[in-house]
Ligand binder design. Structure first.
Ligand SMILES: Cc1ncc(C[n+]2csc(CCOP(=O)(O)OP(=O)(O)O)c2C)c(N)n1
Length: 548
């Protein structure tokens, strides 16, 4: 009979999960052992459980399958908690396996024991502890279902070490049928009427469009119905940003001039997005609870609809199905062109590169703008959290199939592991990671995986000697009283070299000219930018974009 560990691994393989990310622990040797000698599952050995978790999340977004990480009990699980939170906030299917203390010692305050149901109960979609070797299949079936259905998210499964090695009479779980919902006919009819009658319609597109097919369907729909669209928080890669129907993103705090125009919208069609805090500008757009415009909410998960904002039409199916049901469009009202033009003006203004004349280094925005202009058309861009990222979201004109992998949860430490996972999943695409010196020293050690696997990742590191994003907030709230936001860096160039990268320091505009070639090179590149602090602080004093 197979062991519980074998059934878990065979079930993952049966679901097309071909890569798992781990930091080992003696508590789950029985889950590692069945991975020995398998060529259908790649075991990626990471240096920190947060890195393993972030890699699993990035891999899930690129593969369309649940990301899987395996960690040890207590300390390992604690390190992985950030990824569980990020999976929940980002809506990414994620399964975290934790080796638990032996079954006889569970709930005895044993060495490194944690009750994971309590620990993760509020941030995971579901938690389970497998205390009976004959209930593993049932647990896996449900875990895979919960992680991927509706708004995808994290599932945490802990298995005592002796249960992992115990034999089980359960079967390997094969993929089960997935329910497919179709929209109600009357709702589709009503949506057609609203779309035809709207003078200033707007689509808000979110993570439910996160596949190549859904992106194509969305663009075809916008063009056919002549409707402009904004994207939800950090979902810039859903649409070609230079397209005239692209009206920008719902970011940390959109400029008031843009919001004034957006508030004139008379029909908001939300497609595959959750109307959560940032996307709704702190629950001010649309207006709580009965919006100022007609609101249509289309989401695969009915539980995501009508939670804060009252919908006029509610459609619980995936956006592509709803688009297909709409059929051929009628003629759009002529006012639409003026509306689209006004939205475009706002977007162009936001995306404008703001040149600042400074002497203490380079405005990071100038680096981002240059990289954006030379980004290969299939590039994958990963972003860590920090003020350096604001220009990535504003000035790079993303266009599918380019991908943007950014932490919706705002977690520092995401950028490098995400780049490593992207390099593994898409070895022929250019992977560029934007990261600050703060975030880099959190999970930069995962570059060891890139070194091991020979991944030619391009790291663009903004060095400013501070937690810049927090300094900005501090200067606003407590001018001239900076505390807890500065640091001294080790030699970052040496670190880049230690990880086998070619290292370039860029301090001047003249030095910048090499960057496009470095992005196109086939080697791992580590570009350290002397980022101007003056540009950051001055930009903010002049009402620059919001930072996390
Ligand atoms: C794990 C984690 N810790 C703390 C924060 C709060 N935080 C957000 S941005 C930021 C500073 C980022 O610094 P750095 O990486 O140097 O980038 P910079 O803002 O200087 O461009 C901090 C501390 C966070 N978002 N995530």
């Amino acid at each position: 009979m197979p062991t519980v560990g074998q059934i878990i691994i065979d079930t993952l393989a049966a679901h097309g999960i071909d890569r798992v990310f781990c930091v080992p622990g003696e508590s789950y040797l029985g889950l590692l052992d069945p991975l020995f000698g398998r060529d259908d599952i790649d075991t990626v050995v990471c240096r920190h459980e947060s890195g393993a978790g972030f890699m699993a999340l990035a891999d899930a977004r690129l593969s369309g399958r649940p990301g899987v990480a395996m960690v040890s009990r207590g300390p390992g699980a604690s390190n992985a908690a950030i990824a569980v939170h990020a999976a929940q906030q980002d809506g990414v299917p994620f399964i975290l396996f934790i080796g638990q203390v032996a079954a006889q010692n569970v709930r005895r305050d044993s060495f490194q024991e944690i009750d994971y149901g309590h620990m993760f109960g509020k941030i995971a979609k579901w938690t389970a502890e497998v205390t009976d070797s004959n209930r593993i299949s049932e647990t896996l079936l449900r875990a895979l279902q919960v992680a991927t259905m509706g708004v995808p998210g994290p599932v945490v499964i802990s298995v005592p070490e002796d249960i992992l090695t115990a034999e089980s009479d359960n079967d390997v779980v094969r993929p089960q049928a997935r329910p497919a919902a179709a929209p109600d006919e009357s709702a589709v009819l009503r949506l057609r009427e609203l779309l035809s009658a709207a003078r200033r319609p707007l689509v808000l597109a979110g993570s439910g469009i996160d596949s190549a097919r859904a992106r194509a369907d969305l663009l075809a729909f916008l063009e056919a119905w002549h409707v402009p669209a904004v994207v939800a928080f950090r979902r810039h890669d859903l649409l070609p940003n230079a397209h005239r129907l692209y009206a920008g993103d719902m970011g940390l705090a959109n400029p008031e001039a843009q919001m004034k125009v957006l508030r004139e919208c008379d029909l908001l069609v939300v497609m595959g997005a959750r109307l959560s805090d940032i996307t709704t500008q702190g629950y001010t757009y649309p207006r709580l609870v009965r919006p100022e415009m007609k609101l249509v909410h289309i989401h695969a998960d009915p539980a995501a609809i009508g939670t804060h904002f009252a919908s006029d039409v509610a459609i619980a199916c995936d956006p592509s199905t709803a688009i297909a049901a709409l059929g051929t469009p009628g003629r759009a009202l002529p006012e639409r062109d003026a509306w689209i033009h006004r939205l475009n003006e706002q977007r162009a203004n936001i995306a404008r590169v703001r040149s600042v004349d400074v002497r203490d280094g380079l405005p990071f925005e100038d680096v981002v703008a240059l990289v954006g202009r030379h980004l290969p058309e299939d590039a994958i861009v990963t972003v860590d959290a920090g003020t350096f990222g604001t220009s990535v979201y504003r000035v790079i004109p993303f266009s599918p199939p380019q991908r943007l992998l950014a932490p919706i949860s705002g977690a520092m430490g995401f950028g490098i592991p995400a780049a490593v996972a992207a390099g593994l999943r898409e070895p022929h695409r250019t992977v560029v990671c934007f990261v600050g010196d703060g975030g880099f020293l959190m999970t930069g050690s995962e570059l060891a995986v890139a070194l091991e696997r020979k991944l030619p990742i391009k790291v663009i590191l903004s060095e400013n000697g501070m937690y810049g994003s927090i300094r900005i907030h501090q200067e606003r709230e407590h001018p001239g009283r900076s505390v807890g936001t500065s640091f001294v860096n080790p030699d970052l160039e040496l670190i880049g070299r230690a990880y086998g990268c070619a290292v370039t320091r860029v301090s001047t505009h003249a030095g910048l000219s090499r960057v496009p070639d470095l992005i196109r090179s086939s080697e791992p590149q580590f570009i350290v930018v002397d980022t101007s602090v003056e540009a950051i602080l001055r930009g903010q004093a002049e009402g620059g974009p919001a930072v996390e």
